[in-house]
Design a protein around this ligand. Structure first.
Ligand code: BDR
Ligand code: CA
Length: 331
């Protein structure tokens, strides 16, 4: 099996990602961090608890991330994910339990990775705020993580938020900047794999994929279907047609399948490939704050500090995703 920590902001496609990770028989979720982003940190935590309860997996540890990004106010996106962050899904509604406090998300990163050195796969599906805080408090996590995947950025592609910015990076540019700085050291056993819109927008869920996924129902699949209805309506209103870009489940499946291949699992799928480069985030640009840049030609003369996902296998992904989720949650 493989061990993962998922830092996310459900969020409709985050919800689809969690559903997949919960369904995968070889995945042990060692921790979930609730990050502010698509909705507030508290509402994200409620959504995480809701899906864990629906799936009967309340034993999985989770913590509240920071209430705000590192250097700006929290901005949420109700038009994309609905006022509660999960579209029309009706998750069991829970208030945030007492005894949980903001910022514990960074501690969960540090504790989980330190308890399983060389084993943890980190997957970030929202802003990188909590990972940045964890790395600031304990830089040795870079050496202790086995792999790190981040959904974010737009490299040679238009943004989905501002002309050159992708939502997760737009939501906390300083955080990704700080994470990339922590990786600016030669000889590391892994570098973060940034999965930008260039690639994740090739993962287009059609009504046909959705029908194949949810047919036959079950409470988890009903929630997924209700969430997707909102998400597809949003994409349609945004001029993209009645489809959905499902960034986060793809990145999660990529991370998990890469890790399974790494331990010699011959059933693991090759869902994409990445290229090592020098990455940075624009923090000052009046028009371009939050833009992600890859120095493909080495003009900055700096050491590589990351990888960029450069190819995907959308239909292989959908077949694997639908099969995995249905095996666990179809009636
Ligand atoms: C990213 O932004 C969020 O709205 C999605 O959940 C995804 O992580 C795509 O830009
Ligand atoms: Ca997300």
């Amino acid at each position: 099996h493989i061990n993962v920590l998922i830092d996310c902001d459900p969020g409709i496609d985050d919800l689809l990602a969690l559903t997949y990770a919960l369904a995968h028989p070889q995945v042990k979720i060692k921790g979930l961090v609730a990050s502010g982003g698509n909705t507030t940190t508290e509402q994200v935590a409620r959504n995480i608890r809701g899906i864990l309860e629906l799936a009967g997996r309340q034993e999985i540890p989770w913590e509240l991330g920071a209430a705000h990004p590192l250097a700006q106010e929290l901005e949420t996106t109700p038009e994309t994910h609905g006022p509660r962050g999960v579209g029309y899904a009706k998750l069991p509604d829970r208030t945030t339990p007492t005894g949980k406090s903001h910022g514990e998300g960074a501690r969960l990163w540090i504790d989980t990775v330190s308890q399983h050195p060389g084993e943890m796969i980190g997957i970030v599906l929202g802003p990188t705020t909590n990972l940045a805080l964890a790395l600031q408090q304990n830089p040795s996590i870079v050496q202790k993580l086995k792999a790190l995947y981040i959904m974010g950025g737009a490299i040679n592609h238009r943004g989905n938020t501002m002309p050159t910015t992708e939502w997760n990076v737009h939501s906390d540019p300083e955080a990704l900047h700080s994470v990339l700085r922590a990786y600016s050291q030669p000889g590391l056993s892994h570098y973060p794999v940034l999965c930008p819109l260039d690639c994740t927008e090739s993962i287009v869920m059609t009504p046909g994929h959705r029908q194949a996924l949810v047919a036959g129902g079950g409470t988890v699949l009903e929630a997924v279907d209700q969430a997707l209805e909102f998400y597809m309506q949003f994409h349609e209103s945004d001029g993209l047609g009645y489809i959905a870009h499902v960034h986060d489940p793809y990145v999660t499946a990529l991370a998990i399948n890469d890790a399974l291949q790494d331990i010699g699992d011959t059933d693991a799928h090759i869902l994409g490939s990445s290229t090592q480069t020098v990455l940075d985030v624009e923090l000052d640009g009046k028009l371009t704050r939050g833009q992600t840049i890859a120095d493909w030609l080495g003009r900055w003369g700096r050491e590589p500090n990351g990888r960029v996902l450069t190819s995907t296998e959308p239909e292989k992904f959908f077949a694997h995703y639908i099969h995995t989720v249905r095996a666990a949650y179809a009636r």
